[in-house]
Design a protein around this ligand. Structure first.
Ligand code: 13P
Length: 257
């Protein structure tokens, strides 16, 4: 099963509207100087207030628009939240759900994450469900138990029918923003395990179609080695996605892998 890699820049709490426009202008200039690599799907996930700036700034370029979070209800008294339909209206096609910063900084539970995955799908967005163990959990030999529970609970309220309706991201918490990228063997083992859980938990044939991205200190220097792993179908890139030239080099590595 060949899966087209997806590389999504998660801008986190970075880049104002002006910053998003500058990023897009630089990325466009690079694409005009040399065509973007083929065979890789490209996306960015700006802050909510920069979504339209990124959409307009990257208009005409093959750049998907992602959201970093969403609320599970379509409307109502939920101050500070944003719905899947509102995101869809803003041009968003993909939504990161259950990112480790949402889980650990904002205390999001698997139950809430499951609701968000379902809400994204109901609105026609592709959820990018993130799972990953902490350093303590890995050292205690609990990695598989933790990521299996996160995956099963994340999918508890939804039943994707095709591989195009779901993306998974394995992001070990200890590798995010630390410069400590997971070893190839650790990544391949975790991705293979997630695919086996997916095979048991979803419709027949679906597991081999779903893309499993790796995230955690991916950069232009390590992307080529990671994409060669058979179970790695692209990347969620934090810090290194903020520099258009560095992001572009990661895309090239992903396309060549
Ligand atoms: P870094 O690439 O900065 O480690 O962040 C990874 C991440 O959290 C992407 O979602």
């Amino acid at each position: 099963m060949s899966r087209t890699p997806l590389v999504l820049g998660n801008w986190k709490l970075n880049l104002t509207r002006a910053g998003a426009r500058t990023w897009c202008a630089s990325f466009r200039a690079l694409a005009e100087a040399e065509p973007l690599p083929r065979g890789v799907a490209i996306g960015v996930a700006p802050t909510f207030t920069s979504l339209d700036a990124a959409r307009e700034g990257c208009a005409g370029l093959p750049v998907l628009l992602g959201a970093q979070n969403l609320h599970w209800e379509p409307s109502g008294a939920f101050t500070g939240e944003i719905s899947a339909e509102m995101l869809r209206e803003a041009g968003v096609t993909h939504a990161i759900v259950g990112h480790s910063e949402r889980r650990h900084v904002f205390g999001e539970s698997d139950e809430r994450i499951g609701r968000k995955v379902a809400a994204a799908r109901e609105a026609g967005l592709v959820p990018i469900l993130c799972v990953g163990e902490t350093e303590d959990e890995r050292e205690a030999g609990r990695t598989e138990e933790v990521i299996e529970a996160q995956l099963r609970r994340g999918l508890a309220r939804t039943a994707p029918r095709s591989g195009a309706e779901l993306v998974l991201a394995y992001e070990p918490v200890w590798a995010i923003g630390t410069g400590k990228v997971a070893l190839p063997g650790q990544v391949e083992e975790a991705h293979g395990f997630l695919r086996s859980v997916l095979a048991a938990a979803t419709a027949p044939g679906l597991a081999s179609e779903v893309r499993i991205l790796y995230g955690g200190s991916v950069n232009a220097g390590n992307a080529a080695g990671l994409i060669r792993l058979p179970e790695v179908d692209g990347f969620l890139v934090g810090g290194a996605s903020l520099d258009p030239a560095g992001f572009r080099r990661i895309l090239e590595a992903a396309a060549a892998g």
